[in-house]
Design a binder for this molecule. Structure first.
Ligand code: A3P
Length: 307
């Protein structure tokens, strides 16, 4: 990738390649068709020891974490963080569009070290080289119900993922893991378990909402970067929902409507904990909770205030 202008231009110049791609299983995980078609270079991706991976289930707070990490690494340089949109500053490992739009792997090859890389891949699909190189991983998890609501609205405006269909059927699809990147339950559980074996910092969206400065301290400590308190406060402000929503370099407004249709919705939607209460019916909530107890049986992983 030569510059963010070139990459963003490539996205704008080829609206014809984008459509609601069907999901195709890769090792049993439903992924968008172009990813499945170009899977080999992703699986064989060569991580470097100083790569940092930000991993999440979609809609768990990835973009928020990306902005925080970028600012921590620049010592709180807000101007530097405005150099390019999120998806250029921190490329998305497995994202693929049909050619001529470059893939995530294509763009990452040219990124100088130390790189920060985004992924939504479940643990078992993360390229082996990340573990062979003992790379650090920051994982963000969000409670299932808010994650589902966010994903539902996202799938309405993201014209490259399957149409979510009616709300009731989407709730079922989410529970069955029949959405892009598969089961939320398996995703959050597996990374939780793997904390013991790898350098994984597990962060909760709800904790970031409750006390963002506290979580920024945890993240900078994990990254072994010293920052004075006033810089932590500056990063807290710059990564608040309102500031990120109004910043074109962090709010995805630079993507063409052929990808995110801004007439249908905005990427920075609400950014709240507990929004699910506005959408789940009593019956849906009861069915969801019963299924949740079953799927989350035996794990010590707990989400606060929501179940
Ligand atoms: P909502 O749809 O609930 O508003 P991801 O980056 O993983 O796609 O996650 C997107 C979700 O994180 C959206 O949730 C978005 O609004 C929320 N989000 C993004 N930046 C945020 C911030 N600074 N504070 C709180 N929530 C944020």
């Amino acid at each position: 990738m030569e510059s963010h202008k070139d990459y963003t231009e490539a996205l704008h110049e080829h609206p014809e390649v984008f459509r609601r791609y069907p999901l195709v299983p890769v090792h049993g995980i439903p992924l968008m068709e172009p990813i499945a078609q170009q899977w080999a270079p992703i699986e064989n991706f060569e991580a470097r020891p100083d790569d940092l991976l930000i991993s999440t289930y979609p809609k768990a707070g990835t973009t928020w974490m990306q902005e925080i990490v970028d600012l921590i690494r620049s010592g709180g340089d807000v101007e530097k963080a405005r150099r390019a949109p999120t998806y250029v500053r921190i490329p998305f490992l497995e994202i693929c569009s049909p050619p001529p739009v470059p893939s995530g792997v294509d763009t990452l090859v040219d990124v100088p070290s130390p790189r920060v890389i985004k992924t939504h891949l479940p643990f078992q699909l993360v390229p082996k080289s990340f573990f062979e190189n003992n790379c650090k991983i920051i994982y963000v998890a969000r409670n299932a119900k808010d994650n589902l609501v966010s994903y539902y609205f996202f799938d309405r405006m993201n014209l490259t993922q399957p149409d979510p269909g009616p709300w009731d059927s989407y709730v079922k699809k989410f529970m069955e893991g029949k959405v892009a990147w598969g089961s939320w339950y398996d995703h959050v559980r597996r990374y939780w378990d793997e904390r013991a074996n790898h350098r994984i910092l597990y962060v909760f969206y709800e904790d970031m909402k409750e006390d963002p400065a506290r979580e920024i301290h945890r993240i900078k400590d994990f990254l072994e970067i010293d920052l004075p308190e006033d810089i932590v406060q500056k990063i807290t402000h710059h990564t608040s929902f309102q500031v990120m929503r109004d910043n074109p370099m962090s709010n995805y407004s630079t993507l063409p409507n052929a990808i995110f249709d801004k007439k249908i919705g905005t990427f920075m939607r609400k950014g709240e904990v507990g929004d699910w209460k506005n959408y789940f019916t009593v019956a849906q909530n009861e069915a969801f909770d019963a299924d949740y107890q079953h799927k989350m049986e035996g794990t010590t992983l707990r989400f606060r205030d929501v179940l």
